[in-house]
Design a protein around this ligand. Structure first.
Ligand code: ZN
Ligand code: ZN
Ligand code: ZN
Ligand code: ZN
Ligand code: ZN
Length: 171
C-alpha cells in the first residue's frame, strides 16, 4: 500500500505507473489529473516538490514550509470561470484561486488549516470562493491522491494510459 521514492517526481520511472489525481475522496473519477505543471497550495509547481511517498511530498523551494503537495486550481477554467479569459484586461499569470476572505491561496499558510497571513485578516482556514469545474464542489472537499496502479485497481479506479481519457466523470 506504500511506495518509497527518493528521487524527484520528474525522474520517476514511468513503469511505476504513478497516478496523481485530485478528487473528493469517495469519487471513482478524478476531477483533474495532476502533472508537473500543476500548482500546489503553497504556490509552487509539482515539479518543485519531491515525491518521497504517497503521504510525503514536500516542496523544495527554499523558505517554503509545504510538506505535502496539495493541488489548487491555477487557471480560471478549472473553476468554471471561462468568461474571465474573454476580458481584454485578463492576465492569466496574475490569476490566483481565492478564499472567501478575498485573499489568494498564496496569502494563506502552506501548512495546517491554512490560516490567512494577510495583515488584519482574521480568516483561520482557507475556504474556496470558487467551485471545482468538474464536480461543482468546493476546494476543501477535495484531496490530492498519489496512487500506484495497484492502489487504483483495488479502489476500482481506471488505470493504464489507455484509459486516461475516460478519467473524467462520465457525462
Ligand atoms: Zn512550496
Ligand atoms: Zn507545496
Ligand atoms: Zn482566507
Ligand atoms: Zn484573508
Ligand atoms: Zn471536483
Amino acid at each position: 500500500t506504500f511506495f518509497l521514492l527518493t528521487f524527484p517526481y520528474y525522474s520517476i520511472p514511468p513503469h511505476l505507473g504513478l497516478y496523481i489525481g485530485w478528487r473528493c475522496p469517495h469519487y471513482l473519477w478524478d476531477c483533474f489529473r495532476i502533472g508537473n505543471e500543476s500548482k500546489c497550495f503553497c504556490g509552487h509547481l509539482l515539479r518543485e516538490h519531491q515525491v518521497i511517498s504517497d503521504i510525503s511530498v514536500p516542496c523544495h523551494v527554499s523558505q517554503c514550509r509545504c510538506l505535502m503537495f496539495c493541488f489548487i486550481p491555477s487557471r480560471p477554467e478549472e473553476v468554471g470561470e471561462f468568461w474571465l479569459k474573454r476580458r481584454a484586461t485578463f492576465d492569466p499569470k496574475a490569476w490566483r484561486a481565492q478564499c472567501r476572505c478575498k485573499h489568494s491561496h498564496e496569502d494563506h499558510a502552506a501548512t495546517g488549516s491554512h490560516p490567512c497571513k494577510h495583515h488584519g485578516c482574521c480568516c483561520n482556514c482557507f475556504e474556496s470562493n470558487f467551485l471545482c469545474a468538474a464536480c461543482d464542489r468546493c476546494w476543501e472537499e477535495h484531496e490530492t491522491f498519489f496512487e500506484t496502479r495497484e492502489t487504483r485497481r483495488r479502489g476500482g479506479r481506471p488505470q493504464g494510459t489507455d484509459t486516461v481519457n475516460n478519467w473524467r466523470r462520465p457525462l
